[in-house]
Structure formats: C-alpha cells, structure tokens
Design a protein around this ligand. Structure first.
Ligand code: ADP
Length: 353
C-alpha cells in the first residue's frame, strides 16, 4: 500500500510553531515587539526538536514586577523570516500521505490576527498557503503514480462549525438554513445534506475555495467577524485504485482553520450575549480538540478518546484516530501587546505535544 516512503519521525502527532512577522503598520506599535528567542537552527535540524523562549513580565503577589523566561518545545519552529515555501516543505510529505490512504489533519491554531488564514490560504503566487500548495502537490503526485497503475478520484467539501453547529460553505443560496447531522457508520463519516464536489484538477479546487470564501464573507459582514469565531474545515477525499495489482486506498486530508483562541475581555462580556455564547463554544471545542489529540498521543485506545465533547471533534473523529496523522500549527503574533495570548497559545500547544 505504501508507494511513497513516509518517514515516521515520532508517533503520528506533530506540533509546529510559527511566529509571523510584524506588519508595516505594526512596526511602531506602542509596546513594541515581544522578546522571543529561537534555538539554533542547525541544532534543531540535527535533533528534530526545536524550541522558543519568550520573556514575559508579571507582577508578584507583593506587587513587584518580575521577568520570566518561558521555554516551549516543538517539533519545528518557524520564525518571522520563514516563508510559505519553507513551512510547506515540512508538511508536504504529511499531506502527500493521503495518496497512500492515510487520514491527515492539519490545524492552524492561534488568536485572531496571528496568521492562521495566511498560513492556510495565503495570497497569490509565492505567498500561496498550505491549502493550495497541498492541492497542487497531491494532483501532481497522483499524476506521477499513473505510471504505476494508480488512478485516483478526488472530492472536496468545505464546512464551517459555528456555535457547535455545522454550516455548509458550498451549499446553494446565500445562507445555509439546513440542519446537518454527523452520521458515523463503522469507519465512514457523513454529514447529512452537505455538498461534496468532484475535483478533477487544481483549478476546480480554486473555484471551490472561492465559492466558500465568498459565502463566508457574506456571513461575516452580517455577524461581526464571524469567520474568526468559527472553525473552517476543508476536506479532500482521495480514492485510489490500481487495476494492475487490485489494490485500493482511501484517505482524507483535512485542513482546518480554527476559530480565534483569544479569551474574551472580562469587561463588557455579559453585555454581549452573542459574543459570550460564541466564546463559550470556542473554548469548549478547542479544549475538546486538545483532549482528543493528547489522548491519541498517549496511545489511549480509540474507544476512550473523548470525541463526543464537541461537534468539531465528532466531525473529525474518523480522521483523528490511531493510524491517522495530525499536525497542529500554532500561529503566534510577534507583538508585545499580544504576549498574554501568545503564552496561552504556547501552553495549549504544550498540552497537545
Ligand atoms: P488570522 O487568520 O489568525 O486571524 P491572518 O492570517 O488574517 O490571521 O493574519 C493577520 C495579518 O497578518 C494579515 O494581514 C496577514 O496577511 C498578515 N500575515 C500573517 N502571517 C504572515 C506572514 N507569515 N507573512 C506576512 N504577512 C502575514
């Protein structure tokens, strides 16, 4: 079944950090940049482990300011100078393994503005993100495998999880008013009444992504910045068969842009019931996800993995199991003003690592 040799580094869960650069208008941010130190890149390449250290100030019980240096370990740390190509280099084998029949989940985690959408979708050309790069590569690799008798069909879906409910970003009409249910029968998961489009080439995928994006934009203008308050799940289902050998494979690549992880400012929260409900649902689903990934990392029998605690984890249940591969990309802001959230994101990443 393995026609691509996928190197097993350690287990099937990996956690990366990516610190985005300061944007032009942020260079003169009042509090400046956070102090983040990176480990030696050569050492990291040799050991396959890297870390970053943030310096943060906190007030002691006596009211004295003290500085703390906190170090967090990752499988890979990307600095502001690293571009999309360098990030993709580290995940391309993982994405490609969907052609071997693996289920793969790649998550972008972080506070709003930390670079999740940039990482996943990116911009045109050189700045293309992980979704378009993964798609191009999967089509290119599947074409190469034709010589060895493999044929593939691909199918894409794009769902959003908002307030623990599923919306179809590819449905007809401006809004999705249908109620969708997750059905799991043996190892197959389906979501009722959702669209899955057959995809014959990367251009059709771009059209699909555009359709999803415009639907999301409509929802966002009507409901304050909803896109950062919902999880988006792009799934590419890849079926392969080989007439020469009689082999078959089926894998799904899930690329998930998670809702902003920021905590709600305590003041005024009770005034805004909508915001509060969103925040509760985001917190619940992100911690359910962390619990699932950490249970998988500990080799907990799949029967005991707590998938049922959120819609997001139920939706990804069949793709987050023993033999599947998971990558959590923790996106971080370089600004001192965001340091509190940065430390929270780093702690979350440690929890799943
Ligand atoms: P999020 O999806 O987490 O809310 P975005 O992806 O929208 O964050 O990023 C916030 C801003 O920073 C955007 O203007 C985006 O273009 C920019 N940005 C993020 N990461 C990078 C990067 N690695 N290089 C250049 N610009 C980036």
């Amino acid at each position: 079944k393995l026609h691509n040799q996928v190197q097993e580094l350690k287990g099937n869960i990996r956690v990366f950090a990516r610190v985005r650069p300061a944007l032009d208008h942020e260079r003169d941010a009042p509090d400046g940049l956070a102090q983040i130190a990176y480990c030696d890149e050569r050492v990291a390449a040799e050991t396959g482990q890297s870390h970053l250290t943030v310096r943060s100030r906190s007030e002691s019980a006596m009211g004295k300011e003290r500085e703390q240096a906190l170090t967090f370990n990752f499988d890979k740390v990307f600095q502001p100078k690293h571009g999309q190509r360098e990030v993709f280099e580290e995940i391309s084998m993982l994405a490609q393994s969907v052609l071997d029949g693996y289920n793969v989940c790649i998550f972008a985690y972080g506070q709003t503005g930390s670079g999740k959408s940039w990482t996943m979708e990116g911009a045109e050309g050189l700045h293309a993100g992980m979704i378009p790069r993964a798609i191009d590569m999967i089509f290119a690799e599947s074409a190469k495998l034709k010589d060895r008798g493999w044929k593939y069909t691909m199918e894409g879906s794009f769902l959003e999880v908002y307030n623990d409910e599923i919306n179809d970003l590819l449905g007809n009409g401006q809004f999705d008013t249908k109620k969708h249910e997750i059905k799991i029968d043996r190892d197959k998961m389906t979501v009722t009444d959702t669209v899955a489009l057959p995809l014959a080439n990367p251009q059709q995928v771009s059209t699909l992504l555009e359709r999803a994006r415009s639907r999301r934009a409509v929802a966002a203008t009507l409901m304050n910045e909803r896109s950062s308050r919902s999880h988006s799940v792009f799934a590419l289902k890849v079926r392969g068969w080989n007439d020469d050998t009689g082999e078959e494979s089926e894998g799904i690549l899930n690329l998930v842009d998670l809702a902003g992880s920021e905590r709600l400012a305590s003041s005024g929260a009770d005034k805004d019931a909508v915001r509060l409900k969103e925040t509760i649902n985001i917190n619940k689903s992100l911690s359910a996800l962390a619990d699932v990934i950490s249970a998988l990392g500990q080799g907990t029998g799949v029967a005991h993995v707590p998938y049922r605690n959120s819609t997001l984890t139920r939706l990804l249940q069949t793709s987050l199991s023993g033999s599947s591969k998971t990558l959590m990309l923790c996106n971080l802001s370089p600004l001192a003003a965001h340091l509190g959230e940065t430390v929270c994101s780093l702690r979350f990443a440690t929890k799943v690592n």
